[in-house]
Write a protein of this length. Structure first.
Length: 368
């Protein structure tokens, strides 16, 4: 045990003496969380919405059909009560609910005005704002077409309600995203480079024939990055909460557990990369091209996944960052418990086991 603790201490010394590593570990998290603090507007396509039609008349049916015919929205389900709205938003698939008031056609005919309420999940403020604008545009287009064939002009009054982020703060999007990017950078890329460095310098063979067994060598290499990743995650959450006003509606302990689980997933992925990379440069390229770009593009951090082509939506399912961002937003913004995010948690656990088993297999092949 004394040898093992001494080995870990040596790894810390190596990290702290390398100025570039220290910049990556501590400089980039603060720089990115500050630089990404502004809204990014994107188009949306095939966003899943729900309909709550209290009137159920011919006029509301025409409006629903017009919305369904657009490329922007996909009507996922019809609901019967306002009590269902919170539950479907917590699951994260439905991004908006359109609520048609009682006696819609009667109000339209008698008062020349009827109301539609647009209720959106504003945990992603850019998407919520875009959904509201697109819905208003479709309703206005319907009114214009309708008024052309009628002697009296009708008007549809839209009311907007925003769940989880009523002020549409962009920080609620970028804090979970930057946290994911940083944890993957520190845990996966730095781990893969650290282990590959030993292989490249020829010191890995020396470590393997030392009194430490191979498992202790690997654990000794990754343990500092577990510690440093936990510090980075804590710093990002603290900055988000106290500097930008990011709420933590759910359990702090669940947030810590899920963050630790993602760190282990990223570490196992870094170990997997180190089993196939022969040099630090190769490990860095594999990490940047194979991890950083997919995280930014395919995780839902910046671009809505539902707006992507179907092949990219399928590929996004194998990106661990996608599931972690869903988990973080659910805990911090929606106050979700494990009963809501258990599927995403199991997916991360499954990915971790897969990466570890594949790393062991690759390691055995190399030894043979």
């Amino acid at each position: 045990m004394k040898r093992f603790s001494g080995f870990i201490q040596k790894e810390f010394y190596h990290i702290f003496r390398d100025k570039r590593s220290m910049f990556i570990l501590f400089g980039m998290p603060i720089a990115q969380i500050m630089l990404f603090g502004f809204a990014i507007t994107n188009e949306i396509n095939n966003v899943k919405i729900a309909i709550l039609d209290k009137s159920k008349d011919k006029e509301t049916e025409k409006i629903i059909n017009k919305i369904s015919a657009s490329k922007y929205f996909h009507i996922e389900q019809q609901i019967s009560s306002e009590n269902q709205i919170k539950a479907i938003f917590e699951k994260g698939k439905i991004k908006a609910v359109l609520l048609f008031e009682n006696h819609f056609i009667k109000n339209l005919q008698a008062q020349k005005q009827a109301k539609v309420q647009i209720i959106t999940d504003a945990s992603d403020p850019n998407t919520a704002n875009t959904i509201t604008n697109y819905t208003n545009a479709i309703l206005q287009n319907y009114i214009q077409e309708n008024n052309k064939i009628k002697t009296e002009n009708y008007q549809i009054d839209t009311q907007t309600q925003l769940y989880y982020n009523p002020e549409l703060k962009g920080v609620f999007t970028f804090v979970p995203g930057v946290m994911t990017v940083i944890l993957m950078l520190v845990s996966a890329m730095m781990t893969s480079i650290s282990i590959t460095k030993e292989k490249e310098l020829g010191t890995m063979e020396v470590l393997l024939v030392s009194p430490l067994n191979p498992l202790q060598v690997i654990l000794g290499k990754v343990f500092p990055y577990i510690f440093l990743s936990i510090i980075n995650a804590t710093v990002i959450v603290i900055l988000g909460v106290f500097v930008f006003g990011m709420p933590v509606q759910g359990s702090v302990f669940l947030l810590a557990f899920e963050s630790f689980l993602f760190i282990i997933t990223a570490l196992s992925l870094g170990i997997l990369i180190s089993t196939v990379a022969q040099s630090q440069q190769t490990a860095m390229m594999l990490s940047l091209m194979g991890l950083m770009l997919p995280i930014i593009i395919l995780s839902g951090f910046i671009f809505p996944i539902s707006s992507m082509p179907l092949p990219l939506q399928i590929i996004s399912n194998i990106i661990p960052a996608k599931w972690f961002i869903i988990i973080i937003k659910a805990i911090m913004l929606k106050g979700a418990g494990i009963a809501i995010i258990w599927k995403e948690t199991l997916i991360l656990i499954g990915m971790t086991l897969f990466f570890i088993l594949l790393s062991i297999k690759n390691y055995k092949i190399r030894l043979e």
